[in-house]
Design a protein around this ligand. Structure first.
Ligand code: FAD
Length: 522
């Protein structure tokens, strides 16, 4: 065989040019002595696991990624391609017939690659996929470089420092973690020349329609556009207001603010790696340097990024992290099966406007405020319905544009009082919690238009409105909008009782943080 003269950077997450150590290593690749100057192959492979549209694309019960997230991904790919083109390169978009690993291995061989670079990914699906590719590459004499750049810290490193086990409290995590490495922000104006792709069919970035997502012209397009360019713009815009950054205190934000959300909405950009968390961290530190006082972890903006790393680390070091059975840090709770209640929750039909508006925002936008997520997760599980957190997790996993395996599972474990947080008697009221922030119910009126003319005093409890008022508001409860599917007072009492019994019978032997509430301030 001829000497390898090319490097491949394989994009998966990390859809950016800034702070991208895998891209950096690939562009620095030097072919062996006497060889022509090295070529670069920047590759992304469309994965049918996520992309195959459903026969019923809008079916709420479907397991596939929702179209809004696919659109966000495609926008991110277009932006990445444009940014690579500005550096004299481009994105080589391939489509895997079924297995992404097979497609990458074939390209490695056909293009005579000497070095393969990709960002390390801790999710179980990615681990298996990447192992297959790495094994193939090493066996073929290809050098492999897999830097950690999706998170601030290397989860494996933290687990090692903690004696082989992941730290299970935020505080212990933070004290072990220390300061993250600086982002690699070296500027350059050119990438090495593109390698020859021979017979390969290169795709232009498709539209969602071209991918087979039926008629979506009627769907509301979420107000967040994908891509590194938008991520950097959005981050700058958020950080411009130094006072806001300095005073950021997570539990105090307004979950009902939707026109101008009270947090950064950078989560989808961090999820796809359009924004580097290390660069974000670094820019927040710069703001801190220019103000006199600022909030601290866990409630500060930096504190939020540490939560992200915390869940990444715990999820990486915990077998069966994404389920109750076989998961050592998860309390074993005899959740109830109730398909009717579950469907009402999933489809925003519980009869509690605060809960339903959040679930409709989830369906339409793929993003909701953190405390809104708290409200609906609590309601489904230990608050009102006593339904398994895994069922709620699945719905979020499909519908969120920021859907993230480690963070989503971690937060569902938390909210259901299955792990990390155990104050199960503290239940969010589906009536008074939202009212505190938004007494007029503007959030509800926006996402549930049928309630838009319901007078303010009934907007959180429309079933209590006299029939004459319901008629005047053009919304008859039980006909135009559902009656409550559970009575919060009795349901929450029953849930507390069941949680108490489950806790008593499990005794939590396996849980080293039992009884403590170290993680309570988020
Ligand atoms: P900001 O408050 O501006 O925070 C900045 C960044 O910090 C976020 O973008 C995110 O990356 C990180 N962050 C913030 N809160 C948390 C947290 N509690 N845990 C871990 N990281 C955090 N977030 C996801 O990114 N993906 C998910 O799939 C996801 N599922 C969730 C499920 C439930 C049940 C709950 C309660 C929360 C979930 N979160 C998830 C965490 C959190 O709600 C979102 O990260 C946050 O609301 C995103 O908005 P933001 O970017 O404006 O956050």
């Amino acid at each position: 065989a001829t000497a390898a003269t090319a490097a491949m950077v394989w994009f998966r997450k990390g859809l950016r040019v800034h702070d991208n150590p895998a891209l950096d290593a690939a562009r620095r690749y030097e072919a062996g002595a006497g060889a022509a100057s090295a070529r670069l192959y920047p590759v992304f492979v469309l994965d049918p696991r996520y992309l195959r549209p459903d026969p019923v694309a809008s079916s709420p019960g479907s397991a596939r990624a929702v179209v809004a997230r696919i659109r966000f991904l495609l926008e991110s790919l277009s932006d990445l391609d444009a940014r690579l083109r500005r550096l004299g390169s481009r994105l080589l978009l391939l489509r895997a017939r079924d297995d992404v690993a097979d497609a990458v291995c074939a390209a490695l061989k056909d293009w005579n690659i000497g070095k393969l670079c990709f960002e390390s990914d801790t999710e179980p699906y990615a681990q298996a996929r990447d192992k297959k590719v790495t094994d193939f590459a090493l066996a073929s004499g290809i050098e492999v470089f897999t830097p950690v750049s999706h998170t601030l810290f290397d989860p494996a490193e933290i687990i090692k420092k903690n004696g082989g086990r992941p730290p299970l409290t935020y505080q212990s995590f933070v004290s072990i973690a220390g300061e993250p490495p600086d982002p690699a922000m070296e500027e350059y104006s050119e990438l090495p020349p593109l390698g020859d792709t021979g017979e390969y069919e290169l795709l232009p970035v498709p539209t969602v329609e071209e991918l087979g997502y039926g008629d979506i012209s009627q769907e509301e397009i979420p107000p967040f556009r994908g891509g590194e360019t938008e991520a950097l713009r959005r981050m700058k815009e958020s950080l411009q207001n130094k006072e806001w950054v300095a005073k950021f205190e997570k539990p105090k934000g307004d979950p009902s603010a939707f026109l101008k959300p009270s947090t950064t909405v950078l989560s989808p950009y961090l999820k796809f790696g359009c924004l580097s968390s290390r660069y974000f961290y670094h820019c927040i530190q710069d703001v801190y340097k220019s103000v006199r006082n600022h909030t601290k972890p866990p409630v500060s903006l930096i504190g939020q990024l540490l939560w992200r790393d915390f869940f990444y680390t715990v999820s990486y070091g915990t077998p069966n992290f994404d389920r109750m059975k076989g998961n050592k840090i998860c309390k074993q709770i005899p959740w109830k099966e109730n398909e009717e209640l579950f469907v009402a929750w999933r489809d925003g039909q519980t009869g509690y406007p605060w809960i339903d508006a959040i679930m409709i925002q989830l369906r339409k936008w793929g993003w909701m405020h953190h405390l809104a997520r708290h409200s609906v997760a609590c309601f489904l599980t230990r608050g009102d319905m006593f339904i398994h957190w895994e069922k709620g997790r699945d719905v979020f996993e499909r519908l969120l544009i920021d859907s993230d395996w480690a963070i989503n599972n971690g937060n569902w474990l938390w909210l259901s009082c299955s792990s990390f947080f155990y104050q199960y008697h503290r239940i969010y009221s589906p009536i008074t919690f939202g009212k505190k922030y938004d007494p007029n119910g503007n959030y509800i009126r926006h996402f549930i238009p049928v309630l838009k003319d319901m007078p303010r005093e009934y907007i959180y409890e429309p079933w209590t409105a006299p029939i004459s008022i319901q008629k005047k508001a053009n919304c008859i409860i039980g006909k135009d909008y559902p009656k409550p599917v559970v009575d919060h007072e009795t349901a929450s009492k029953e849930c507390r009782k069941r949680m108490g019994e489950a806790y008593a019978s499990s005794r939590l032997d396996a849980n080293p943080t039992k009884g403590k509430t170290l993680n309570s301030s988020r």
